[in-house]
Write a protein that binds this ligand. Structure first.
Ligand code: FES
Length: 176
């Protein structure tokens, strides 16, 4: 979202990433001695995320959302090719990102607004900047939009391997 560029340069996500790094390092240190699993920022446990093929880079067109699900069929999301390199972007151009399309406020379905590069909520009008890692830029939500951790293999297949925030309505992103 271009007009909010300055607002998101040092956003909450960057702060949280720093927190995650600290927490992960602490958990890793704990693992050496006691076999503990990595802690999340919320004090939970990092689930064992599935590695799921979502698409191939050839399937994506700039600004044309591709509907997907991750980490299971009940978790709708979207892959986006943005046409310019962005933080967290993967693929040959570093411009492919993926997000849940369930609003973290109260679970309304989000839709993509290509002119603003946001995922917008019709419920209470929260907006999330897909060029800035899902940073919330407007509305009632109190967290950023969960973003997929993606990998691209030598064939151009796009794999989801994790999420960076808790999905709406879940106690764990991976249900047992
Ligand atoms: S459900 Fe999206 S802002 Fe409330």
């Amino acid at each position: 979202m271009r007009r909010c560029r300055l607002m998101v340069e040092v956003g909450r996500r960057q702060f949280l990433r720093g927190t995650v790094g600290t927490a992960t390092a602490a958990a890793a240190a704990a693992t050496v001695g006691g076999g503990a699993r990595a802690a999340t920022p919320r004090g939970g446990v990092v689930p064992d995320y599935p590695r799921i093929r979502l698409a191939n880079v050839r399937d994506l067109v700039v600004d044309e959302p591709l509907e997907v699900t991750y980490p299971d069929a009940d978790a709708p999301g979207v892959l986006l090719k943005l046409g310019r390199r962005v933080p967290g972007g993967v693929g040959p151009d570093g411009d492919i990102v993926g997000f849940t399309t369930v609003c973290p406020h109260k679970g309304y379905p989000l839709h993509y607004v290509r002119e603003e590069r946001t995922l917008d909520c019709p419920g209470h009008f929260s907006r999330f900047d897909v060029e800035a890692g899902g940073q919330q830029v407007w509305g009632h939500a109190t967290m950023n939009l969960p973003q997929y951790e993606l990998r691209v293999d030598e064939k151009g297949d796009i794999w989801a391997v994790g999420l960076d925030e808790l999905l709406y309505g879940r106690v764990s992103n991976v249900l047992g």
